[in-house]
Design a protein around this ligand. Structure first.
Ligand code: AMP
Length: 460
């Protein structure tokens, strides 16, 4: 395959104008570890030189005090990489650093470029040599190839060629630049930190380093931060914003504020609406931790069915989806979750999760709950059926692996062996976010752009 993968749900962060820039980026990445556990990196700059350290693994394991000390300077950017398929190697970790004809440049990318394959083919045929198999490296090559003299103009020139989703942080030898694609699919916020500024995917990063939230970078906005302050440009053709609704459903942390709302508040509303649309007589309602917790609180509040912590999660196991092969994933659910028998035994149990992808997790959980003595098991999902793959940066398997794309709700219920199964409706989901324009392609198949090129469409 030309590119080894197409799905990059990641975290990005950057600090400009603080002597502890690398340390602050490290803490920001730590707060956003949930957005990617495969690898991480930080690139810093002291005016003369760039310093880069990246590796596979978790943020806390990759960086030590002595490594952070070597990341000198008062500007730094960082990246957490998320990946489920394809080459799991250090050359695919970010930030990407390159010395090009327009100066030194580092880049951290969250999102997914849907015309990556055709862009890469063109670049390779005109002489570009790629060091990784990520779509993000394409951006660096485009900038190097641009006829524009200034780096800012070359960045704009290059980004105009991209289709898809990108939240980006660049570091040049005198600035830090934040960009969100014109649809604003992935989040990016800016804050004030001590003497400087911070950019991050989620506000939880700002909370940890006690930065003051200024605002979200707007869809299609490019923010240039340098010693003269902040400059905002809108260099792209305007289009309807399409922030990703799955950030609310699953991906972002509940304590983050994204797209103008706290994820917690939205998830709780999803849970209430789910209870309204899918009522059932039961003794307790329990979450699949951690992804189902907040929606379960909403379900319990609306239905008045008591909330219990009926499944306990081993927090030292990564998200099950991260594990590469089907056989490990099956095993993963077991090592991650264990039912509390005294809570479950003899009870009619409602169990709430945020989504069903392949159905593996739900099937295991229903079995687990029955083995723990549940009298009835009612599965409730706080999103609509996931029927279509994502091309914009959330990892989803190909269409035929998504159980809801080929099975009715009743067929899924049979597969997961629950007594009943209920999903949140698309209308219900929209009522909860009270905002019309989102990318909801994973539920409706309404992709906001063309899919891109042939390789990407293989998923379909
Ligand atoms: P599955 O077992 O394939 O049906 O996966 C369902 C589980 O995966 C649910 O517990 C979700 O919380 C979780 N999930 C949904 N989407 C993603 C994603 N993009 N990455 C990781 N986990 C996910």
């Amino acid at each position: 395959m030309f590119l080894d993968k197409f799905n990059e749900e990641c975290a990005i962060a950057g600090v400009y104008g603080d002597k502890d820039a690398a340390n602050l980026v490290y803490l920001s990445l730590y707060a956003m570890q949930h957005r990617g556990q495969e690898g991480a990196g930080i690139c810093s700059m002291d005016g003369n030189s760039f310093y880069l350290h990246k590796s596979l693994g978790l943020v806390a394991d990759i960086f030590s005090n002595s490594i952070l000390k070597e990341l000198k300077g008062d500007v730094a950017i960082g990246h957490n990489r998320y990946s489920t398929t394809g080459a799991n190697n250090v050359s695919n970790t970010q930030p990407i650093f390159a010395e090009i004809n327009k100066g030194k440049l580092a880049l951290a990318h969250n999102g997914n470029i849907v015309n990556a394959v055709s862009l890469k083919k063109e670049l390779v045929s005109s002489g570009s040599i790629f060091m990784s198999t990520t779509d993000s490296e394409i951006i660096i090559h485009l900038i190097a190839k641009s006829q524009k003299d200034s780096i800012n103009e070359a960045i704009i020139d290059s980004l105009r060629l991209l289709k898809g989703a990108y939240s980006l942080i660049f570091m040049t030898d005198n600035s830090m630049i934040g960009v969100r694609d014109p649809m604003g699919v992935r989040p990016l916020v800016i804050g004030k930190i001590r003497s400087g500024y911070i950019l991050a995917s989620e506000t939880v990063a700002l909370d940890l380093v006690e930065a003051e939230f200024i605002r979200e970078i707007e869809p299609g906005e490019m923010v240039i931060i340098n010693d003269y302050g902040i400059k905002s440009l809108k260099p792209f053709e305007k289009c309807e914003p399409k922030p990703c609704i799955f950030e609310y459903i699953y991906f972002a942390r509940p304590d983050s504020m994204i797209f103008g709302k706290y994820v917690y508040d939205v998830r709780k509303e999803f849970g209430k609406r789910l209870a309204q649309e899918n009522p059932v007589d039961a003794d307790i309602v329990i979450p699949v931790p951690d992804s189902g917790v907040v929606a379960t609180l909403g379900y319990s509040e609306y239905s008045r069915i008591p909330y219990e912590q009926g499944l306990i999660r081993n927090h030292y196991v990564g998200r099950t989806f991260i594990e590469p092969s089907q056989s490990i994933r099956h095993f993963g659910v077991k090592i991650k979750l264990n039912p509390v028998e005294s809570i479950i035994k003899g009870r009619r149990v409602v169990v709430v999760d945020d989504s069903i992808v392949r159905g593996t997790t739900s099937r295991k959980i229903v079995k687990m709950l029955r083995e723990a003595g549940a009298r009835e098991v009612h599965m409730r999902i706080s999103s609509p059926p996931t029927k279509f793959p994502c091309f914009y940066g959330i990892d989803t398997p190909t269409r035929k692996e998504l159980i809801a794309s080929t099975h009715t709700v009743e067929e899924i219920r049979k597969y997961i062996t629950s007594d009943t199964l209920g999903y949140l409706s698309v209308e219900g989901m929209y009522d909860c976010v009270k905002k019309l324009s989102f990318c909801d392609a994973c539920f409706t198949g309404n992709y906001p752009t063309l899919h891109g090129d042939g390789e990407t469409e293989n998923k379909f």
